[in-house]
Design a protein around this ligand. Sequence first.
Ligand code: NDP
Length: 332
Amino acid sequence: NKKILLAKRPKGLPDKDTFKFVETEIIKPEKGEVLIRTLYVSVDPYMRGRMIDAPSYVPPYQLDDVLGGGALGEIVESKSDQFEQGDIVLGSFGWQSYYTAKQDEVRKVDKDIAPISTYLGILGMTGLTAYFGLLDIGKPKEGETVVISGAAGAVGSVVGQIAKIKGARVVGIAGTDEKNQYLKEELHFDEAINYKTSTNLQEDIAKACPNGVDVYFDNVGGEISDAVHTNLNKYARISVCGAISSYNLKEEDIGPRIQTTLIKKSVLMQGFTVGDFANRLAEGSEALAKWLQDGKLKYEETIIDGFDNIPDAFLDLFEGNNIGKLLVKVDK
Ligand code: NDP
């Protein structure tokens, strides 16, 4: 059984010393347990936050812990009356090739709705984050302008499509021309801006949003957000989903103050985690599955092959090497 453990707490960008590969015996399941062979592992930006020893909405990883996170696997042996061999299950067992789970730690996924990998993306945590963060906090109205940073990633690409479904004008900000072409041509965003090649982001946002910005769905924070904030309309809403630009900083990021903008424009800014909506996950999952089945939502996955490539795939998130959800397909 291969496992990847947290070897050292990173300062700045994680590197090879952050991770440790080990092999252990596979534990036979006992009554009420199942043995799972991992098929797909999710790599997510929030895992960077769990690598430091600080309180958050999820507990930090301990040194020599398996790097836990969303994973999908097949049951190879069941000692539970709730699961059969061959069932596909979703859990938080993370970066290990086999896992012996208690039956209430995992849930079965429906293979008939969509490919199973979608339960780690558009039909899973990142899709639900987009759904609740946009609709409950951003609350876009028809004809309003929604700007999304990190727009071509797992969360951002779904936010933009839901905003289009709700009749908004949608402007994405992403780091490559290829991503922006995808946003406009495949996902029908109205405009897309490359923040890496823009010489004046604030102005480019103003040009792409002739009526100003009513909703800002923020995945990245930092200077990109500063440039969006100056374009906000009166009564705009900012849904603060993530701040990936700061996750690998060695010093705390302070940045320009936004308070006067919030006051002058009566802007509402709210952070959230998808866990805040734990009692409404069924509603979100049903809506996403329906839109997917009706062809109203599209999705992209960047799939890296091979268990040994999980740490590199995780680091790809910070290089922007993914369109849509980044996943690792684990070797048989
Ligand atoms: P993505 O699929 O969007 O992958 C990360 C992307 O972020 C990269 O592809 C890259 O795209 C961009 N990026 C990386 N570094 C920077 C940087 N320094 N500045 C600007 N952009 C950068 O990841 P997710 O969709 O899974 O997550 C998006 C955000 O949402 C993250 O901040 C994450 O922490 C947050 N999140 C929050 C949740 C919640 O419950 N609040 C739940 C899930 C995610 P590019 O090429 O455009 O730079």
